[in-house]
Design a protein. Structure first.
Length: 160
C-alpha cells in the first residue's frame, strides 16, 4: 500500500518556439539568452552617450585631450555592438574588447572628474558647490555601464 499521495501530471513547459513577443523576450532573459539584444542596446547606448559627452565636453572647450577619448570610443562601441548583434564570433571577440576599453575609459573619466573637482577653489571641502559647478563626478560611470552591458552580452548565450 502506497502512503504517498498521487501527483497530478504537470503541463509541459512551453517550448521556446511557441513563445512570441514579450513572453519570448522574458524567456530568453530567464534562460540567459540575451546576447543579441544586449549587443544592440550597447550599440545604441554607445552612440547616445558619445553624443551627450561631445556636447558637454564642447562646453568645456575640450581643455584636456582625454576629453576626446569617450567620443572616439562611442562609435567603436556602436560598431562592436552591431557586429555582435549579427555575428556570434564578433560578439565573443570584438564586443568584449571594445567594451573593456569603454569601461576603462569610464573609470579613468571618473578619476579625471574627481581631480577636476579637487582643483576647484576649496576642493573637496567645498564639494557640493564644486560638484554642481565643476565636472560631473558620476557622469563617466554612465559610460562604464554601457561598457559593462557589452561585457555582459559577450558572456551570455545567444538567442535562438
Amino acid at each position: 500500500m502506497n502512503a504517498l499521495p498521487k501527483r497530478r501530471a504537470q503541463a509541459p513547459e512551453p517550448v521556446a518556439e511557441a513563445l512570441v513577443g514579450i513572453d519570448r523576450m522574458v524567456h530568453n532573459i530567464e534562460t540567459g539568452r540575451f546576447e543579441r539584444s544586449l549587443s544592440a542596446v550597447t550599440a545604441v547606448g554607445s552612440l547616445v552617450t558619445a553624443a551627450e559627452i561631445y556636447f558637454e565636453h564642447d562646453k568645456a572647450s575640450f581643455g584636456d585631450p582625454w576629453m576626446w577619448a569617450p567620443i572616439v570610443l562611442g562609435p567603436v562601441g556602436a560598431a562592436a555592438g552591431v557586429a555582435g548583434f549579427f555575428s556570434k564570433r564578433l560578439a565573443k571577440t570584438a564586443l568584449p574588447v571594445a567594451s573593456a576599453l569603454i569601461v576603462a575609459n569610464g573609470l579613468q573619466g571618473t578619476w579625471l572628474h574627481a581631480r577636476g573637482i579637487a582643483q576647484k577653489p576649496g576642493g573637496f571641502a567645498n564639494l557640493r558647490y564644486n560638484m554642481e559647478m565643476g565636472p560631473p563626478l558620476l557622469a563617466p560611470l554612465l559610460v562604464t555601464m554601457v561598457g559593462a552591458m557589452g561585457l555582459l552580452a559577450a558572456i551570455l548565450r545567444r538567442e535562438r
